[in-house]
Design a protein around this ligand. Sequence first.
Ligand SMILES: [Ca+2]
Length: 228
Amino acid sequence: MQFTRLASAAALSALLCLSGAAAHAASIVVNGSLTGSTVNMGTPDGWRILEGTPDTLDGGNNVGVAGATDFGVAPTASPDGGTWVGLGINGSYVERFGQILQGLSVGQTYTVSWFAGNFGLNRPDAASPVQYLGSNAIDVMLDGVSIGHGSTLGLSSNWLSESLVFTATSASPQLSFRLADTTKAYLSIDGIAVVTGGTTPAVPEPGTWALMGAGLIGLALAKRRTLG
Ligand SMILES: [Ca+2]
């Protein structure tokens, strides 16, 4: 998210940025906690910008701008703690960040998980009003190709835990995140982990449970009639 007047402050923040890598114990991802200094137009150590200008932020520094609390809805603290990354989209303007994963086994399944929030950006009184208040979802990409996305989130203070399973087709694919559709929005992501294993859950849909329940009741009634 570009704010030209703050470019020098952002550069200073980048200089002051210290390594805060705190990788998940069993996760393949480097600095999945997205720990770093808040910075407008910058990502934490271990990650790189792939499109547009993602930011590193927290609840007191929206879009990485020092002291900015101009959210659409004030965020709760990240379940992962500390800073996180914000991704904007506006039509053909896309923000995407990622890293190269290492040491995957081709044919092995992996689970990628993350926390997502939609706190937006609302600066209606600026000389040029800036409002990113739409609903959108976190899209997950491997080597630049989408492998699925999380739920579509409207503005809310809450974080949602999301995950999906993929099968590795190379040992070192590029994992990246952007927003799933072109609707103008600004979403947050934190706590990214990739762990070995995982299967697509074969849990029956709610409708299936209802049918199964009705079937069981029917069987019980039939049995009672038979016995009676
Ligand atoms: Ca974090």
